[in-house]
Structure formats: structure tokens, C-alpha cells
Ligand binder design. Structure first.
Ligand code: BGP
Length: 478
């Protein structure tokens, strides 16, 4: 028997803005994702000032899951999914984010979606904020730099947790909360924070303020969720890219410690309920003024998470020489990285490192001793539809097999408590980094290209039957 527990949550993961489409249907408001442009081969995306039809493709229609979810869920059930991770689009529930009353049509859509999943015995795993906050909260309030968003987020979360308290058991608050880098765009950090920077801002200071506001909001939601339903399992969600020292040079080792602390900061608050000393010292050293109250600190202590959800795609490597200490005008994570000579990279330059997954599973278990949930992992690639209509994505099977083998070692040899595994983009969806379709992750191909053209026809790839066997045998047959 393999080490995976009998109720291991095998499944797949997506996000509302990358799969649903129906961007203005059912009285949904505009989200920050609706106003981002496509990336044109990975070139940085930009935020347009409002929706510019044709310019924000293909986010708008994505793959039309909003109308096709029953067909897609039947395919997930055919693979044997035990769980399906997606997000609720906040702007379907509160179109502007600060509305007095929720939007019933939006609430009904997710009622129908969760019912369809449960009909197939698939557990919904729900992300409350996945890089898609209501555009109005960005435009009017400047995003999470404004602490008013704490209350807006708590109100939205309370409405959906109460509405779906008998359908959804697994929740997580902010997707990749540590993914605050503003590497894509000079003026905005458009992940969950959706910050508008102002003249004279110190970017790192503002991003830390937005981060603390999100962490306070998350902690309040965890506490509230447990009051709504004590059976809820509510986690955080981190982007874990382990950072190795480039050499055994002690300065490189310290550089990797500092790089990892920029990730651990978020997880330490989520899991331990305290702002760690190495961050408080940094704020003091840099002269940052980060606003929070004693009540906020109490909320952090009372709202620690039940599990750690995280994405794993790659590892990075750092040398002290390259550490760019640019707090004055860059985001908190502007370490420049060195290519690891022992590791190959994907078509998009993402280092392929299955052992790194076992490594981070161990590091997190040692640091937090909490259940872990891999809610994103996957291989973005160009796929080819052959003459006979098949898609031979053996490269994706190889990538996933190698990572599952490392998961097994972590469970069987290292004693890691692993809850589940939901590979990213279980069906081809819009890439976050490029805003385009042709960086594909799915077990299911969707006929749509970067120009938004195609029939949207779904087609099983070779990995579909492979993953079905993996789930059937609980990870025994790979
Ligand atoms: C993570 C996001 C996901 C997903 C993934 C793959 O950071 O949580 O939303 O997009 O990255 O990235 P991409 O789609 O750019 O290949």
C-alpha cells in the first residue's frame, strides 16, 4: 500500500477568472482580472482603465465554464476526482465590493456549481480571493493598502461561508498571499492586493501594509468560519518557490535564509498568529510605518489556520552577490536569482525540480507541524493536437509522476501529513502570467488560442487516462 491516506484528496485546481468567462453575466461586477491585458508571449501585462472590449482578451470568456461546468465536472468525475479547487469571484457576490447587499444571481451560480460537484462526490475546495478582487475596490480605495478592505473582505467571506456552510468544508483565504512582487508592472501590484501606488510611496512599505491588512482579514475570516461551522477546514495559500543557496559559501546560505524569510513572513503570521521578529526588525531598520492595532494583533492570534495550502512549480537559487537590496523602490521580493546548474527549465523558464517539492514539504512540517495541501502543481506547455486528434502530453505525465514520487517519499519516509493534491489547470484555462491560452496545463485540451479563437471543444489528452489510473490506485500506479 502507498503512503497516501485513504481519504487523500486527489483532484484539480483552477480559479474563477481563469476558467469561468461570463465576466458580466448574472449581474457580476468588473474584477481586476477583467481589466488586465493579455501578455503577448509572456511580456508583462498591464491594467487598463476599465474594460476595453477586445483588449482584455481572453480573460473575458476564459473557457466558458460559467455555462459548461456540468460537462467539465462530468469529465473530472470520469478521472475520479475527490476534490475540485476553484475560487469564488468576489465581484459575482458583491459586484463593487462595497455594496450593501449581496447579488443573489452570483450566490445562486455557486450553489448550482457546488451541487453539481457534490452530485459526483467531489469535494469543493474554495479560494476566497484569487487575484480577482472587484475593480471598484482597486479604483476607489487603492486596493488592500486601504484597511477598509479588511471589513469588505470579512463581509463577503461571511456571506459565502454561511450560504455554503453545508456544501463546502475546505476553504482557503488569499491565493498565493506572498505573491506580492510587482515584477509585472511598475505602478500596480495586481495579485490580491491590487495596490495603486502613489507619488512618493515606498513600494515595499506599502506592500507590507497591504500584506498585513490581508493577513488580518484572513485571520478574522478563519475565526468567523469556525463559528459558522466548526467542521470547516480553513487554510492559508502560499506560493512556495524554495530558494537554495547557490553554493556552500556561508554568504549564499544567508542570502537563501533572507529570501525564504520573505515567504515565511506570511506563513508565520497565518500559522503562528504573530508578526515575526525578523520582519519587525526590518520595519524598524527601514523606518517603515505599518499601521495595525492591538485588536488586530489579537485577531491574528485567534485566527490561525487549520492547514497550509500551497503552490509548488519550481525552485530558485540565490547568491549573496546578486541579492538586490532595493527596498527603497521595489517590492519586498526583488532578489535576483541565479540559474541552478543542476536543473533544467520549462519553455517559460520555470526550473523543473521534483526533489524541491519533497524539500519544501519537509521544511514546512519542521517549521509548522500542520497538515499540508498541495493545491497547485503542474507543467505549463505548448500542446499539439495530432492529425488523429490525440494529444500526447507525455512531458506533462513525466513532470507530474516525478513530483508525485517525491510526495510519496515525503509521506512514507519523512512523516509529512499530506491532505491532498490538486494539480493546477486540470483543464486548459487562461494563464495568469500571460493572459493567454497557449501555456496549457490541462488533462483536458480546450480548443481556444491566444487570439480567443476556437470551438471551445474539450478533448482528453494522454494524461487524462494516466491521472485516472493514479487516482484509482491512490498513487500506486504512476
Ligand atoms: C500561480 C497562480 C495560478 C496559476 C499558476 C500558473 O501563481 O496561483 O493562478 O496561474 O500560477 O501560472 P501561469 O498561469 O502564469 O502559468
Amino acid at each position: 500500500m502507498t503512503g497516501f491516506k485513504e481519504d487523500f484528496l486527489w483532484g484539480g485546481a483552477v480559479a474563477a477568472h481563469q476558467i469561468e468567462g461570463g465576466w458580466n453575466e448574472g449581474s457580476k461586477g468588473v474584477s481586476i482580472a477583467d481589466v488586465m491585458t493579455a501578455g503577448a508571449n509572456g511580456v508583462a501585462r498591464e491594467i487598463t482603465d476599465g474594460v476595453i472590449p477586445g483588449k482584455n482578451y481572453p480573460n473575458h470568456e476564459a473557457i466558458d465554464f460559467y455555462h459548461r461546468y456540468k460537462e467539465d465536472i462530468a469529465l473530472f468525475a470520469e478521472m475520479g476526482f475527490k476534490a475540485f479547487r476553484t475560487s469564488i469571484a468576489w465581484s459575482r457576490i458583491f459586484p463593487n465590493g462595497d455594496d450593501a447587499e449581496p447579488n443573489e444571481a452570483g450566490l445562486q451560480f455557486y450553489d448550482d456549481l457546488f451541487d453539481e460537484l457534490l452530485k459526483h462526490d467531489i469535494e469543493p475546495v474554495v479560494t476566497l480571493s484569487h487575484f480577482e478582487i472587484p475593480y471598484h475596490l482597486y479604483k476607489e480605495y487603492g486596493g488592500f493598502r486601504n484597511r477598509k478592505l479588511i471589513d469588505f473582505f470579512v463581509k463577503y467571506s461571511q456571506v459565502v461561508m454561511e450560504r455554503y456552510k453545508d456544501k463546502v468544508k475546505y476553504w482557503m483565504t488569499f491565493n498565493e498571499i506572498n505573491n506580492q512582487a510587482d515584477g509585472y508592472q511598475d505602478l500596480h501590484a495586481f495579485t490580491n492586493s491590487a495596490i495603486i501606488f502613489e507619488e512618493g510611496d515606498n513600494k515595499a512599505e506599502v506592500i507590507y501594509q497591504a500584506s498585513i491588512n490581508e493577513l488580518i482579514a484572513s485571520a478574522k475570516v478563519v475565526k468567523l468560519g469556525h463559528e459558522i461551522n466548526p467542521d470547516f477546514e480553513i487554510g492559508c495559500m502560499m506560493a512556495y518557490v524554495p530558494v537554495y543557496p547557490f553554493s556552500s559559501n556561508p554568504d549564499d546560505v544567508m542570502a537563501s535564509v533572507k529570501a525564504m524569510n520573505r515567504r515565511f513572513f506570511y506563513n508565520d503570521v497565518h500559522a503562528k498568529g504573530e508578526i515575526p521578529g525578523y520582519v519587525l526588525k526590518e520595519w524598524e531598520r527601514e523606518g517603515f510605518y505599518i499601521e495595525y492595532t492591538q485588536e488586530d494583533l489579537q485577531a491574528l492570534r485567534e485566527g490561525t489556520v487549520d492547514y497550509i495550502g500551497f503552490s509548488y512549480y519550481m525552485s530558485n537559487t540565490v547568491t549573496e552577490i546578486n541579492e538586490v537590496n532595493t527596498y527603497s523602490d521595489h517590492a519586498v521580493d526583488q532578489l535576483s536569482f541565479t540559474q541552478n546548474p543542476y536543473i533544467q527549465a520549462s519553455d517559460w523558464g520555470w526550473p523543473i525540480d521534483p526533489v524541491g517539492l519533497r524539500y519544501i514539504l519537509n521544511v514546512l512540517t519542521q517549521r509548522y507541524d500542520l497538515p499540508l495541501f498541495i493545491v497547485e502543481n503542474g507543467f505549463g506547455a505548448y500542446d499539439t493536437v495530432e492529425e488523429d486528434g490525440t494529444i500526447q502530453d507525455d512531458y506533462r505525465i513525466d513532470y507530474l509522476r516525478e513530483h508525485i514520487l517525491e510526495m510519496k517519499k515525503a509521506v512514507e519516509e519523512d512523516g509529512v501529513d499530506l491532505m491532498g493534491y490538486t494539480p493546477w489547470g486540470c483543464i486548459d484555462i487562461v494563464s495568469f502570467g500571460t493572459g493567454e491560452m497557449e501555456k496549457r496545463y490541462g488533462f483536458i485540451h480546450v480548443d481556444k488560442d491566444n487570439k480567443g479563437e476556437g470551438t471551445l471543444e474539450r478533448r482528453k489528452k494522454a494524461s487524462f487516462d494516466w491521472y485516472k489510473k493514479v487516482i484509482e490506485t491512490n498513487g500506486e500506479v504512476l
